[in-house]
Write a protein that binds this ligand. Structure first.
Ligand SMILES: CC(C)(COP(=O)([O-])OP(=O)([O-])OC[C@H]1O[C@@H](n2cnc3c(N)ncnc32)[C@H](O)[C@@H]1OP(=O)([O-])[O-])[C@@H](O)C(=O)NCCC(=O)NCCSC(=O)C[C@@](C)(O)CC(=O)[O-]
Length: 643
């Protein structure tokens, strides 16, 4: 055991000799953290955008991080740990810290918002300061083993690095929080001695930190352990200098927060939807969920200044964006309760069966849902964006009406093949920019030096879309010609704007829709297809809606995106693997009706449907538990993360 600088009052308790101390100065310096949020009884420090996102495997797009921070700020949260300034080699997830700060700083100046950032060394501090940070966080472990593994240095070296940052920060009038990790236990060396925690806390106070966070890195704290530690610390350090940062590994986070509150602490870190994890405790949940803590305080008559309903919405939103389970019990329950009370969302309806009432429902469906699509990739031919379990591919070559060039065919085929093995993608939307959805075969001649290979490329793309396990939705904003018509109808669902049109123009060019005929006959039916193909006439959305092959027409072109989002909301309750099987059943029914292969597939599907661990088994369990809308994103995220 190290004998360290311990407070006078505690030293005898710990069997240590007295020595000089700065207790009086501590108390004098501990003023008024609460002046920052005078109206609330407790201060909740949201760490999801930093600590939460850093500890999950998913690489989160910068735009989603910015949006998350904006949404959190709109709930009444005033303290948000926004990002980190550490080497991107260590923490690639937060390499975009400067960009995030750039987009959120103006929020802080408008309201009473404070954004803190992690800056554990001078280099990080310089970058954080350059990015406009006004509050920085430094940290050190209370234990040597964790310090060496996590920071590759001793506790003293970590404190020296922190000291250098604090000195710079104070010279520039920045607020500093020092965080002590492993307050209860170290994953490598076992339980932590409270004296070691006290030592680091005192060092932080001594170097000038404005407050000190107590981090239960492993989440092994219990109310009793919390009390024991705080009884030691509070003899040396005023309660308003300390903040609690509890992890929920054993479901004790809220209990620990409440015990710490009873002992005088008034500031607590937490993470929206319990985002995060603990790399040192396999399978562990992440931080205390902000919704859970706010629920506990608000329902105990302790004001947090935060709108719990809005908070639950944000937790639900970010969980969906990341395709992860919502780890907040309170958040998930509040959202489920709200959904249960809401009237069912109207779905886009084809016009053939639309009554006046249905039309107005479809209109409100278009207004009901809007998701944030985050761009992941941009090529010269298309843009790929993602929202939760859906990927949107937007054709973006309006100059040639999104004609099917060789490059486009090859690259889209690769994309669809890659997506077919991505278990996190349940739905694909194929959309387009410009006047036309797709003008079909590239008629410039540039793409057809070798017509056999061009043929193969079209065949490959259509097969890749048709065989994709995901439900593919064509969002058709404008006219389609030839192969472009085929592109819509190889997709599983068609949602169209009133400006969409379909022209099988091949016959007028002296050609025929050979490759696409396979899909067109299946979807339009022989008679309708034959007439449209022979006449080369323009077919309208109303006609196709009447025969049931266009599944929704938006009120205006602008509202097509909302209709797509609303349709995706509906698909969120459909099991993705079952959906892939449904697609195969249709393919078999078309290519080999009555064949032994069809019967075999049907038999196999039925036999596997309720196997242990299957979607079917889970769906039936949920039904028996009276859960009407199964969250399949949660089911698959849980399977994949083996939580
Ligand atoms: C779309 C309208 C009505 C607009 O007609 P418009 O409004 O008068 O505009 P435009 O004709 O000036 O077109 C705008 C630009 O888009 C280009 N463009 C337009 N279409 C294509 C195309 N396919 N390939 C390459 N470029 C195309 C066109 O060349 C022009 O480029 P610019 O001159 O400004 O540089 C007119 O351009 C048009 O009729 N285009 C041809 C549409 C057509 O008939 N497509 C069917 C192709 S055959 C096919 O797809 C065969 C296949 C695949 O089905 C066979 C099989 O299945 O086996």
């Amino acid at each position: 055991m190290k004998i360290k600088n311990c407070h006078e009052a505690v030293r005898p308790l710990l069997g240590l000799p007295p020595h000089h101390h700065r207790h009086m100065r501590l108390q004098a310096g501990s003023r008024a953290i609460f002046s920052r949020k005078a109206s609330s009884a407790v201060r909740i420090l949201e760490v999801g955008p930093r600590d939460g996102l850093q500890n999950i495997r998913t690489q989160v797009p910068t735009a989603t991080k910015i949006e998350l921070i904006k949404k959190l700020a709109a709930t009444g949260l005033t303290d948000i740990e926004a990002t980190s300034f550490v080497s991107p080699k260590w923490v690639p997830q937060l390499a975009d810290g400067a960009e995030v700060m750039h987009h959120i700083l103006n929020l802080g100046s408008q309201n009473d918002l404070r954004f803190s950032v992690l800056a554990p060394n001078l280099k990080g501090f310089e970058n954080a300061f350059r990015a406009g940070a006004k509050e920085v966080v430094v940290f050190a472990s209370a234990t040597e083993a964790f310090s060496k593994k996590n920071q590759n240095c001793t506790v003293e070296q970590a404190l020296d690095a922190a000291r250098a940052v604090v000195k710079q920060a104070k010279q520039n009038n920045l607020w500093v929080r020092g965080v002590v990790s492993c307050i209860f236990s170290d994953p490598y060396s076992g339980p932590t001695d409270p004296r070691d925690v006290l030592y680091v806390v005192e060092q932080f106070v001594d170097m000038g930190c404005d407050e000190i966070g107590l981090g239960d890195t492993l989440g092994v704290g219990t109310p009793k352990r919390t009390q024991t530690l705080l009884e030691v610390l509070l003899k040396a350090v005023p309660a308003d200098k300390l903040t609690g940062h509890f992890h929920d590994t054993y479901g004790q986070a809220v209990a620990n927060v409440l015990r710490a509150y009873e002992l005088g602490l008034r500031t607590f870190d937490s993470s929206i939807a319990g985002l995060g994890g603990c790399p040192y405790a396999p399978g562990a949940k992440g931080n205390a969920a902000t919704e859970d803590i706010v629920y506990a305080f608000e329902n105990s008559g302790i004001d947090t200044g935060i709108d719990l309903q809005k908070l639950a919405t944000v937790g639900d939103w970010i969980s969906r964006q990341l395709g992860l389970p919502n780890n907040s019990r309170a958040g998930a329950a509040l959202v489920a309760k709200r959904q249960d009370q809401e009237p069912p969302k109207p779905q886009p309806t084809s016009l053939n069966s639309q009554s006046v009432a249905e039309k107005s429902q479809a209109k409100s469906a278009e207004q009901a849902s809007s998701r944030t699509w985050t761009v992941e990739k941009q090529t010269s031919g298309y843009i790929v964006s993602r929202a939760a379990n859906a990927v949107k591919i937007t054709l973006a070559q309006p100059k040639n009406g999104n004609a099917m060039t060789t490059e486009m065919l090859e690259s889209l085929t690769r994309l669809f093949k890659d997506l077919s093995t991505d278990r996190a993608v349940f739905h694909i939307v194929l959309a387009a920019e410009g006047r036309f959805f797709c003008t079909g075969m590239d008629l410039t001649g540039n793409s057809r030096d070798n017509s056999s290979s061009y043929h193969d490329k079209i065949v490959d793309l259509f097969a890749a879309i048709d065989n994709a396990p995901q439900t593919v939705i064509a969002a058709i904003q404008g006219p389609c010609f030839g192969g472009g018509v085929g592109l819509c109808f190889v997709c599983d669902v068609r949602l169209a704007s009133p400006e969409a049109r379909w022209t099988l123009s091949e016959v007028k060019l002296g050609m025929s829709p050979a490759i696409i005929s396979k899909y067109m006959a299946r979807e339009w039916g022989f008679s309708f297809f034959r007439e449209a193909m022979l006449s080369g006439r323009t077919v309208t959305p109303e006609e196709l809606s009447r025969i049931g092959v266009v599944h929704g027409i938006s009120e205006t072109k602008d509202k097509l995106d909302l209709m797509v989002d609303s349709y995706l909301d509906r698909l969120a309750h459909c099991a993705p693997q079952a959906a892939a099987t449904c697609k195969q059943l249709v393919r078999n029914a078309f290519t080999g009706p009555g064949s032994p292969e069809q019967d075999k597939f049907i038999r196999r599907t039925f036999d596997n449907m309720l196997a242990p661990g299957s979607e079917g088994q889970y769906g039936i369990q949920q039904f028996q538990q009276k859960i009407k809308k199964v969250d399949w994103g949660y089911f698959w995220a849980r399977l994949q993360s083996k939580l």
